[in-house]
Design a binder for this molecule. Structure first.
Ligand code: C5P
Length: 224
């Protein structure tokens, strides 16, 4: 039986979280950002003094073994990722955490642990899960798969508009470069690289409003 999962994969800053959250709300489904999970690993690794360019495997294993993650009701009402008993919205969005997350996400030990956690989150009703490898590796049998993208400049503009997610003095060009570096690492890694699943529907959201993208995806879901 196909997994009760709507997989939304795509490159950095393609709007996956906004769209996945919107779809989950409209369908009364659970929402999981797997990017936030990799960011939580990076955040905890930074606090443990782990150098992402020269990883101490033993220290990283300790971080992974002690890392507690689950979606819990947050003060605003929605369910948010709780990491070691804290909601870490801002901490997880910093440029340093973004860059380190992509580096640590190339490591088998990290990916295996995240995929196991993500699979354990499913099975309790419909779930919308966004990331890079959800339709290809984590849930290759997902009921619905989408690959969301947008032009590099549009993605850079959207990222720049999100407060706290770019370095001080960042420009559209510098943010586009940072996004490109991360995409390059995500696409070229040996395990679970970023790519569209053969059976995923491609959605290019360049020039589209959030509501238009949501409608397009919902129509596709309803048409099956
Ligand atoms: O989606 P977001 O930008 O928050 O993800 C942060 C980083 O985590 C990505 O650049 C990618 O390297 C990694 N990631 C991943 N696989 C996923 C989700 C995120 O490798 N399923």
């Amino acid at each position: 039986m196909p997994a009760d999962v709507i997989a939304i994969d795509g490159p950095a800053a393609s709007g996956k979280s906004t769209i996945a959250k919107g779809i989950a709300k409209k369908l009364d489904a659970a929402f999981v950002s797997t990017g936030a999970m990799y960011r939580a690993v990076a955040w905890k690794a930074i606090n443990a003094g782990i150098d992402p360019d020269k990883v101490d495997e033993k220290a990283l294993r300790k971080v992974l073994d002690s890392l507690q993650m689950s979606y819990e009701p947050a003060p605003g009402g929605s369910k948010e990722l709780m990491v070691d008993g804290q909601f870490l919205a801002h901490e997880l969005r910093s440029p340093e955490v973004s860059a380190n997350a992509s580096k640590l996400a190339t490591l088998p030990i990290v990916r295996e642990r995240m995929a196991a956690l993500q699979r354990a989150m499913a099975g309790r009703g419909l779930i919308v899960m966004e990331g890079r490898d959800i339709g290809t590796v984590v849930f290759p049998d997902a009921k619905y798969k989408f690959f969301l993208t947008a032009s590099p400049m549009e993605r850079a503009r959207r990222r720049l508009a999100q407060e706290g997610e770019s370095k001080d003095g960042a420009t559209v060009e510098s943010v586009a470069k940072e996004i490109e570096e991360r995409d390059c690492l995500d696409m070229s890694r040996a395990i679970a690289p970023l790519k569209k699943a053969d059976d995923a529907t491609l959605v290019d959201s360049s020039g589209m409003q959030v509501e238009e993208v949501l409608q397009k995806i919902l129509e596709e879901i309803k048409s099956r």
